[in-house]
Design a protein around this ligand. Structure first.
Ligand code: CA
Length: 509
């Protein structure tokens, strides 16, 4: 009898050991995910994408050791809506967050909640901008609204607190602290979300004089006259020429309009004495030279372009350094092998193309989102993905990578099959819809883009535009009324209708 009891106990013990081992293996198989995300970082300002204006060695490193997505797009080119599409894997009309100023319904399905259910520890630090507090995160510290570049405030489960320093560096510190405290009992999912390089492009102390001795090349379309396309383009309010505040945007005190000056003084008021001193030293002499030069007309636009783009690139340099610190920390902690590292941004941005700053339009510079990803053993180094991908594809990819089920309501496609040698069946076109009528003079519009063409409709003015990206990559002309494009126009209208039906878009042309 005794012998038999021992045998049963031994068998039970073996069974328990097996379960423990199996569970440990499962954990080992689940990759950590470090999702580094910035705000308004255009592909034109990333050297892996062929930038003519700057170098981003650390973001490039992710692409070199993994994959670079050459045709990745947002669903709706503005901060909050892009973030809501990422969290839900759905277009704006399905997740309810169509415009900045909306409030994200935190009770809906989001991928971080589903990652928690399959054993992930989740965290988000930095910009959030969804109007309601994060849900589905074990740890979170996020900016109220847009956040501040200097001594940023963070909302936390324990209340609000300001942390001295430069926002990119402070958010990186929070991310590194989280990574360093992870035990190997659970996989983790970390969102490190920078404010930079969002308007008003305030560089950190280390970067204030970077690019002082160079002239940044101008885009070919800096003096676009908006002819040969929809009339609404010419009614924008996002021109480097006419719509930048001298003080708030260009850092020249004295010319400013009062509304923006008040905000700028509050930003400067967040600096320490040393930071303010460095700021004044960096801009003081340059601004004095500018005042004396009395520039007019195109020369003034050129000066504004230089000031704007240099400040933007100074903010990008801080982001790239933050990425470098995170990669170095993963190497040091031995986490690089079993971690997916991603860099992306919520949409692109105009860096003087079409005479613009800001985003919103369906045109390439703001429609594109950077996306580079490293996953040793799963993604071959130097992979280039040409298929048309979108921010709604992130959620199903994260879920598949974590071994979680992808809910049917998700509209995106997991990126996973794109890493296999054999090309999978994939979408032929992406759907875009911008709802925030009025911001920067950009009217609501929607459209479809395939590998070569883009069809856009502007409901308010009832105008169609058809872009041929092969013939006219800078999108300076619409071919919608050209008889030679009649067949293409019909095909693109059919693609637009199909996608609206597929995604459940209710709209009447
Ligand atoms: Ca943004």
């Amino acid at each position: 009898m005794k012998m038999r009891k021992h045998k049963v106990r031994d068998l039970r013990w073996l069974f328990v050991c097996g379960l423990i081992l199996q569970s440990a293996n499962l954990h080992a198989a689940k990759p950590n995910v470090i999702f580094i995300f910035s705000d308004d970082h255009a592909t034109q300002a990333i050297s892996a994408y062929g930038s003519k204006i700057n170098h981003t060695p650390n973001i490039d490193r992710i692409a070199e050791e993994g994959a670079l997505f050459q045709a990745n797009f947002c669903t709706n080119s503005i901060c909050g809506p892009s973030r809501a599409s990422i969290l839900t894997g759905k277009h704006s009309h399905k997740n309810g967050f169509k415009s900045n100023g909306n409030r994200f319904d935190p009770n809906q399905m989001t991928f971080p909640k589903l990652l928690q259910k399959v054993g992930y520890r989740t965290a988000v630090f930095g910009k959030w901008h969804l109007g309601t507090n994060p849900m589905g995160f074990d740890q979170w510290m996020v900016y109220p609204g847009q956040g501040s570049y200097y001594r940023p405030d963070y909302l936390t489960p324990e209340g609000r607190k300001a942390i001295p320093g430069y926002s990119v560096e402070v958010t990186t510190d929070l991310a590194l602290d989280f990574i360093s405290k992870q035990k190997k009992d659970k996989p983790f999912f970390l969102m490190c979300q920078y404010k930079a390089p969002h308007r008003n492009w305030m560089p950190g102390p280390k970067y204030l004089t970077k690019y002082d001795d160079v002239s940044i090349p101008e885009p070919d379309t800096l003096f676009d006259d908006y002819s040969q396309r929809a009339s609404v383009l010419g009614k924008h309010k996002m021109g480097i020429d006419a719509h930048m505040s001298f003080f708030y945007d260009l850092k020249v005190e004295g010319h400013e309009d009062k509304r923006y000056a008040k905000i700028m003084y509050s930003f400067l008021g967040r600096m320490s004495k040393e930071q303010r001193h460095a700021w004044n030293a960096a801009y003081g002499l340059k601004n004095e030279a500018f005042r004396k030069s009395n520039l007019q007309g195109k020369e003034l636009v050129r000066w504004k372009y230089q000031r704007y783009v240099k400040d933007y690139l100074r903010c990008v340099a801080a982001v790239d350094d933050g990425v470098g610190r995170i990669l170095a920390s993963l190497d040091k902690l031995g986490l690089s092998e079993n971690s997916i590292v991603i860099y992306s941004s919520d949409q692109g941005f105009y860096l003087g193309e079409h005479g613009w700053y800001d985003k919103r339009w369906i045109y390439e510079e703001s429609l594109k989102m950077p996306l580079v990803m490293r996953w040793p053993g799963k993604i071959q180094a130097g992979t280039k993905i040409e298929k048309l991908t979108q921010n709604i594809d992130f959620a199903p990819f994260f879920l598949e990578a974590a071994g979680a089920e992808v809910p049917e309501e998700i509209q995106g496609m997991s990126l996973m099959p794109l890493f296999k040698k054999k090309a999978p069946p994939w979408r032929e076109a992406i759907y875009y819809h911008y709802y925030e009528a009025g911001g920067h003079g950009v009217p609501a519009h929607f459209g479809v883009r395939d590998e070569r063409y883009k069809l856009v409709y502007f409901p308010r003015s009832k105008e169609w535009n058809l872009v041929d990206l092969k013939k006219d990559p800078q999108e300076m002309q619409s071919f919608h009324d050209d008889p030679a494009y009649k067949e293409t126009l019909d095909q693109m209208r059919a693609k637009l209708g199909d996608l609206q039906k597929k995604y459940g878009v209710e709209t009447s042309l």
